[in-house]
Structure formats: structure tokens, C-alpha cells
Unconditional design. Structure first.
Length: 164
């Protein structure tokens, strides 16, 4: 088999000018890339134009053990007191169950034991986060709406959470 020139493409192109990007468009794209890079460097060095979430210090912390029983009940236990805080049946606790599934998947990939506790934190700014102590993953629950935040905030409760 011969080269690609036997297909006739190169023969048809002889004497024709190559297709080029117009100079104005090319330099406009280069200028846009340079401006974007400069804006990023400016924002990072001066702090202007950056949006930062100020969480403050933790207000309440509670280490939880969230387990799934053989009958598909999700049981939430306070690690410090070893007392059950909540139990969700197969048709209840949708967001708590969904969060558990996501963390179980991450733990399986990271080969972290499933009995490692989770840490639920309420911050000064009002945000609530759920951390997996084993994998180091943290989810800020505010992104999922106030009802889902309330589902986890109820697990902090008035008793058992370590207030700071």
C-alpha cells in the first residue's frame, strides 16, 4: 500500500494557499487568554473579586457511627456515648440514606473500614458539614437545601454534641 498521496488529496492541494485562521481572530484569542490568566493571577494575589465562604469556628461537633442493618434500617449512633440517636426504616431518612451510600462508595474505593465514624459539624456561619474521618472527604450540606440540612442538624441535638 502506498502513501496517502495516491488518494489524490495532495495532488488537489498543489498550488493552493493553506486554510489559515484570520490574523485578527488569532490575536484576539491570544489576547483573551492573556487577559484571563492576568485576571486569575490578580485575583489570587490581591483577593479582589474572589468569593470566599467564611465558616468561622465550629459551634457543635458530634462523631457519629452510621450503619445499615441487615433489615435495611439505617441506625445513627453517637460514638462518645454509644447510644442510638436515630433509626430510619427502609422508606424513611432519604437524604441520610443517600449520604451514607455516597460515603460507603468512597470508603470502598479508599479501602477504609465501614465502622470508622463520621463527624457532623455546625459552624458559626450556620453551615453544617458531614465529614468522613476515614477518607478525609467533607460535604457541606447547605448545598442540598434547608430540609436536608435540618435532617442532619437534628442529629446534633441538644445532648451529646461537643459544644465549643
Amino acid at each position: 500500500m502506498g502513501s496517502a498521496s495516491h488518494l489524490g488529496y495532495w495532488a488537489d492541494r498543489k498550488g493552493k494557499t493553506p486554510n489559515r485562521v484570520p490574523r485578527g481572530l488569532f490575536f484576539g484569542l491570544i489576547g483573551l487568554l492573556a487577559f484571563t490568566a492576568a485576571a486569575i493571577v490578580f485575583g489570587q494575589t490581591t483577593g479582589l473579586g474572589l468569593v470566599k465562604q467564611q465558616l468561622g469556628a465550629p459551634v457543635a461537633i458530634r462523631d457519629l457511627m452510621i450503619t445499615r442493618s441487615t433489615s435495611d434500617f439505617v441506625v445513627v449512633t453517637d460514638v462518645a456515648t454509644r447510644r442510638d440517636i436515630a433509626s430510619y426504616g427502609p422508606q424513611a431518612g432519604g437524604f441520610v440514606r443517600g449520604s451514607l451510600r455516597a460515603f460507603e462508595r468512597m470508603r470502598q474505593v479508599a479501602k477504609v473500614p465501614f465502622d470508622t465514624p463520621y463527624r457532623l459539624i455546625k459552624w458559626e456561619a450556620g453551615a453544617v458539614s458531614l465529614s468522613d474521618i476515614g477518607t478525609g472527604e467533607r460535604i457541606y450540606l447547605d448545598a442540598f437545601g434547608p430540609d436536608n440540612v435540618a435532617a442532619f442538624e437534628a442529629l446534633l441535638g441538644s445532648q451529646g454534641g461537643e459544644s465549643q
